[in-house]
Write a protein that binds this ligand. Structure first.
Ligand code: BES
Ligand code: ZN
Ligand code: ZN
Length: 501
């Protein structure tokens, strides 16, 4: 979506739709002149109590004549003093979906009415809400693309939007961030939505090369030969069961001082998880194309980091493989040697994410990072514990955990801490190797994180288990059923805070 700022007053913008945010505690009279152009619909609805600016209040109207907006959509956002960016994000998304249902190619949004309730964070959220809501994935439908499936030829996608009434220069930066964050998250969603036969590890790596070229990053791709040289036995043990070659994707953004310790983002890029020899049940297995969601979020974040040229050094590592089963597949009971040298008894081949991440985390340690954050659709237990609202957050550094919680709240991609006591580690003790890859049913998300912690040394590290939040059904207006792109914007808010901008 092409998103611009316009300094024109709402009534002067020629647009098929003007969406107007209305606060409950500000005088409606401020909108009187605008409302008159639409036959006084707002005043009439307010007079009988049908519209009071409460969150969820909506009123649509039309206008005779050719100048200015053809339609209006008033969206209540509640009290202006307690207005959250998420309320604005949802309202902006709502406006785009209203336009989409009517096959309108463009719209504009007015943030004037809540007055001092609107700050830079709200403007950023408005930009995000519109760009996120406009995302669609219909490239695999044969009457495809922007063309209408009903054949009336009108485009289904809302391709441009403007924020009206913008004070000169004041909102530019907020829109620039909102646009880049949402485009990054949309890229993550597209990668997630792409099925396993198309988004193989090597195609994911090709995509990373393209992202790097477009956003000024450097990219390095490791294939199986280099993995052998690096002795990445844990990652290779997962890839053995598939005909598709694994890849380790490395991206770098050099925005800070040369030599300054980088932030490292690591994402699980398992492009399809059948479980390996410990095969998963058939029901719902198609969802396991989403097992690369962590990697997708990291790639999306890197694109935005490059595009915004954030003043900080950031590196990304995405280990990518399939987890299938053939005659060479790793078997339960096999012992593999990780790059770090620790030996792992593979009790269950479906606990493959921690294996590929172990070598990726260890690889990243050689850069002596300031902090490492990994995100992964790692455990079904996380879905049981926290459902689809909050991701699980675990790690070895309280300050870093606090930063990530704050970033999650800012992005409305919240997470919640789980403990990582030494006691849980005992569940990973093996009779034959240094550790087992599963710790039994109790505390499955925690023991998975314990496993990862064996590979990060003393580097400040945090892990986000996104099994319940990366994809799913939704009612939020800026999301669609399926891929959510989470936690791309969480990662971006964190990196931005670390960059001090
Ligand atoms: N990719 C799955 C985790 C998952 C489950 C993601 C449900 C999204 C929704 C992971 O590789 C896995 O299979 N984990 C196992 C671990 C177990 C064998 C210890 C699990 O959670 O069942
Ligand atoms: Zn698995
Ligand atoms: Zn998996």
């Amino acid at each position: 979506m092409d998103l611009t700022l316009s300094s024109k007053a709402p009534e002067a913008v020629a647009t098929p739709l003007m969406a107007v945010l209305v606060a409950a505690d500000r005088p409606l009279g401020q909108l009187a002149r605008f409302d008159e152009k639409f036959g006084g619909a707002l005043a009439a609805a307010a007079a009988v109590g049908d519209f009071r600016g409460r969150t969820g209040d909506r009123l649509a109207g039309h206008r005779r004549g050719t100048d200015g907006p053809q339609r209006v959509l008033y969206l209540g956002v509640g009290g202006s003093e307690s207005l959250t960016p998420e309320t604005v994000r949802c309202a902006a998304g709502d406006a785009v979906r209203f336009a989409e249902r009517r096959r309108l190619p463009s719209l504009a949004l007015s943030l004037d009415h809540p007055g001092p309730g609107i700050g830079a964070r709200h403007v950023q959220a408005a930009a995000e809400g519109m760009v996120l809501a406009a995302w669609r994935f219909d490239e695999l439908k044969s009457r495809a693309g922007p063309e209408d499936a009903n054949g009336d030829g009108r485009s289904r996608s809302v391709h441009s939007a403007a924020i009206a009434g913008a004070p000169p220069n004041a909102w530019d930066e907020a829109v620039r961030f909102g646009r880049a964050f949402a485009n990054g998250e949309n890229l993550a969603r597209t990668l997630q939505a792409t099925p396993g036969n198309l988004a193989t590890p090597s195609r994911l790596a090709d995509e990373a090369v393209r992202i790097a070229e477009e956003s000024g990053l450097t990219c390095e791709i490791l294939g199986p030969a280099e993995m052998e040289r690096q002795r990445m036995g844990a990652l290779l043990s997962v890839a053995r069961g598939s005909d598709e070659e694994p890849r380790l994707i490395v991206l770098e953004h050099q925005g800070g001082d040369a030599g300054a310790a980088p932030l490292v983002l690591v994402g699980k890029g398992l492009t399809f998880d059948a479980g390996g020899i410990s095969i998963k049940p058939a029901r719902g297995m198609e969802k396991m194309k989403y097992d690369m969601s962590g990697g997708a979020a990291v790639l999306g974040a890197m694109r935005a980091i490059g595009e915004l040229d954030l003043p900080v050094n950031v590196r990304a590592v995405v280990p990518s493989s399939e987890n299938l089963l053939n005659g060479s597949a790793t078997k339960p009971g096999d012992v593999v040697r990780s790059r770090l040298g620790k030996t792992i008894e593979v009790i269950n081949t479906d606990a493959e994410g921690r294996l590929i991440l172990a070598d990726a985390l260890d690889y990243a340690l050689s850069w002596e990072p300031a902090a490492i954050v990994d995100c992964a659709t790692l455990t079904g237990a996380c879905v049981v514990a926290l459902g689809h609202h909050r991701a699980a957050l675990l790690g070895n550094d309280e300050e870093l955990l606090g930063e990530l919680r704050d970033a999650g709240e800012l992005a409305a991609e919240p997470c919640w801490p789980l403990p990582l006591d030494e006691e849980y580690r005992k569940q990973l003790r093996s009779e034959v190797a240094d550790l087992k890859n599963v710790g039994g049913r109790p505390a499955g998300t925690i023991t998975a994180a314990c496993f990862l912690s064996e590979f990060v040394g003393h580097t400040p590290w945090a892990h986000l288990d996104i099994a319940g939040t990366a994809y799913g059904k939704t009612k939020k207006p800026y999301l669609r059923n399926g891929p959510a792109g989470r936690p791309c914007r969480l990662l971006l808010e964190w990196v931005r805070t670390r960059a001090g901008v």
